[in-house]
Design a binder for this molecule. Structure first.
Ligand code: MLT
Length: 255
């Protein structure tokens, strides 16, 4: 489905009826990463899974900040007549979810931060972002699958998961990738705001996630009053894909 927002066209999945659940995807993937969650949740919930600007069929591929993305999601919910929603983000999706909460806390009924962190990038991480931007600008998005796959997935992942993630990465345009890396590099630090989160929150980590380490997830969960911390076994950074059964069970039980 498609909708016109002030920022351009958003393509999205809208499935099921009931309380809304907004799913925000990781980098450099798209909303098809949520296929298993859409199937598992849409019997009880209205599941909304937009593509971030430039990803999937969402247009245009232009620069964005986390704050602008939060504004776009706010307009997205307005246009769909959704008052509040559970907001679930994996990794980059978690950065966007936290920014959305900071701007529109009343719209967040429940918060799920999966394989994500609250702190900003440190200098080393910002330099790595700049290296990636330079590499994409020089060689195109073709460098992404080989660079990202070994870090996104745990060692010896099932061939089907590798194929699926590779296909998503390969469909990402160089411009969308560069703008998303810039937005992640420049995102603000929410660590000192976490004590203000009042909605029920679940923090999810993957047992073998090498991108977001357990200590970052624990720091987020410890700082949010009453937050639940769940570790998904047999999973790297993309826990909703790598062990969708355990992820869906945790999500359904929390929601
Ligand atoms: C993601 O999975 O969304 C990104 O890898 C997160 C990041 O690079 O910080």
């Amino acid at each position: 489905m498609k909708l016109e927002l002030n920022s351009g066209t958003v393509s999205y999945v809208d499935a099921g009826n009931g309380p809304a659940v907004l799913l925000i995807h990781a980098f450099p993937l798209n909303n098809t990463m949520w296929a298993s969650q859409v199937a598992a949740l849409s019997g009880k919930f209205r599941v909304l899974a937009p593509n971030i600007r430039g990803f999937g069929q969402s247009q245009p591929s232009s620069a964005w900040t986390m704050e602008e993305m939060a504004d776009s999601l706010n307009e997205f919910l307005d246009k769909l007549g959704v008052k509040d929603s559970a907001v679930v983000g994996v990794s980059m999706g978690g950065y966007i979810a936290l920014t959305f909460w900071s701007k529109f806390p009343k719209r967040v009924r429940q918060l799920v931060l999966s394989n994500s962190r609250a702190r900003a990038d440190n200098e080393t991480e910002k330099n790595a972002r700049n290296d990636m931007i330079a590499a994409i600008e020089q060689s195109g998005a073709a460098i992404l699958p080989d660079r990202m796959l070994p870090r996104l997935l745990q060692p010896n992942p099932p061939a089907g998961v590798v194929r699926n993630v590779r296909k998503m990465i390969e469909s990402t345009s160089p411009a969308a990738a560069v703008y998303a890396v810039m937005a992640m590099r420049d995102r603000m630090d929410f660590s000192s705001m976490l004590h203000r989160v009042e909605c029920p929150t679940m923090v999810i980590t993957g047992e073998n996630d090498v991108i977001i380490r357990m200590e970052d997830s624990r720091a987020v969960a410890d700082a949010i009053s009453g937050a639940r911390l769940v570790t998904i076994p047999n999973s790297g950074h993309l826990s909703n894909l790598e062990n969708s059964e355990a992820f869906n069970a945790a999500l359904l039980s929390f929601l």
